[in-house]
Write a protein that binds this ligand. Structure first.
Ligand code: SAM
Length: 414
């Protein structure tokens, strides 16, 4: 067998046996990606994954909890998928862990389904967003009252010195809008008001009238001055008062609220690199999507929001994690923690990009399966599902990057 055709896409997927016999094999053999033989128990599953359920395909933005839409996040999991996984692999009261929680999709769905949650991530933006979703104000009325009071408080505070703001940030905003935004962000940070802070981050950049920047994309901050030149669209470059926009954003977040407060089910949410995180004991389930080895750059793509959060940011580990060697080290580290901290019968579901196109292709599923075989020997790979990532979820549509993801389901058997 030189290559096997993927069930859905028709894309040939190299496998270990392919590496031994095909022309392309030598390239793979010379790389340290595969340990010959080690993956054999899982070779067939990795090469021939099951198709993901068809109901995962349509967009769910018009049905999901609107808290999921508080602020955009690259590489975000669809909430319908997170919900399905939580329902299928856990029962109410069980502990669900996501050590790459990103925007908190899994954590919010789990808490809303009455599961206890532990969430961590290296990014301050991710943790702000996750805490916002897990601890929203009690009602829309309470939240709007807070925003109104915030407006009065901010009006009384002195403006920040914008000369201290880097020029690349200033380019995105009218000076008055920027001064107001910084004052509000600083006030909310000093009081750990994650929900309103996340709502502010959620309106930071886009060209729509409800947002704060000059015309820019919403997900990744790129100015669109060529498409919307200031002389043709002067309104888009005018001062944009923040409080009315924050009010409108907060109202949108309450359009489809959770039935009960997710905060009752939060064990902890921590900003931590996976290498440093201490996982809680007696975990029932891990549901997580690790970064896709160089396919997404969370620091660059969230640069404006991270700048506003202004937290000391150690890029090195995050960036390292996006290389093959870094990914492998993270997965080995996580697998050994999982081996120590999970209960018998626990499931671990990893959502990984497959394959990652770059100068040398990488296969995260294989790396992950190998990490479990090496450092979490009590687990068995039960199944792999394969899903296509629609362009709408990809940060850079024109580029190759990750188009397919695998769902690897491990179960602790002893
Ligand atoms: C694919 S995203 C997770 C998306 C998430 N499932 C969601 O629905 O929003 C991967 C996450 O890993 C985080 N990350 C990258 N390197 C990390 C590291 N070394 N330790 C912990 N988190 C890391 C990124 O900040 C990013 O939020």
């Amino acid at each position: 067998m030189s290559s096997v055709v993927g069930a859905e896409s028709g894309t040939p997927l190299p496998c270990i046996s392919a590496a031994k016999s095909s022309g392309r094999a030598n390239r793979y053999q010379s790389r340290p990606t595969f340990d010959e033989g080690v993956l054999e128990p899982y070779d067939e599953q990795i090469v021939n994954p099951k198709a993901a359920p068809p109901h995962w395909a349509p967009a769910c933005t018009d049905r999901e909890l609107t808290l999921h839409q508080l602020s955009p996040y690259i590489g975000k999991l669809k909430s319908v998928i997170a919900r399905d996984l939580v329902e299928q692999y856990t029962t109410p009261g069980q502990l669900v862990v996501d050590p790459f929680c990103g925007s908190g999709t899994v954590s919010l769905e789990a808490a809303c389904l009455g599961r206890r949650v532990f969430a961590s991530d290296a990014s301050s933006y991710a943790i702000t967003l996750t805490r916002a979703k897990l601890g929203p104000p009690a009602s829309e009325e309470t939240a709007l009252c807070y925003v109104d009071r915030l407006g009065c408080k901010i009006a009384a505070l002195p403006d920040p010195d914008l000369r201290a703001v880097p020029p690349w940030v200033r380019r995105f905003f009218h000076a008055k809008t920027l001064a107001e935004t910084i004052k509000i962000a600083n006030f909310l940070k000093s009081r750990s008001q994650h929900f309103y802070l996340a709502a502010l981050l959620g309106i930071l950049h886009h060209q729509r009238p409800g947002f704060l920047s000059y015309p820019s994309s919403a997900l990744v901050p790129y100015l669109r001055t060529r498409k919307f030149p200031p002389d043709k669209y002067p309104d888009m470059y005018a001062y944009r008062p923040v409080i009315p926009r924050l009010r409108a954003k907060v109202s949108r977040a309450f359009k489809r609220p959770p039935a009960h407060s997710p905060s009752h089910f939060v064990e902890a949410s921590r900003r931590s690199f996976v290498h440093n995180v201490t996982l809680p004991p007696a975990i029932d389930c891990v549901i997580t999507s690790p970064p896709y080895m160089n396919a997404l750059d969370y620091i660059r793509d969230n640069r404006l929001r991270l700048w506003l959060l202004d937290e000391p940011h150690s890029e090195s580990q995050e960036r390292t994690n996006s290389t093959l060697r870094g990914f492998r080290a993270s997965m080995l580290n996580l697998a050994s923690k999982i081996e120590r901290r999970t209960k018998k019968g626990a499931h671990c579901i990893f959502v990984v990009g497959e394959r990652v196109a770059r100068s040398r292709p990488c296969y995260p599923s294989r790396e992950l399966a190998r990490a479990f075989l090496t450092n979490a020997p009590s687990f068995q790979l039960q199944e792999i599902m394969r899903d296509h990532i629609p362009d709408i979820r990809r940060a850079r549509r024109a580029r190759t990057g990750v188009k397919v993801e695998h769902f690897l389901v491990f179960r602790r058997v002893r």
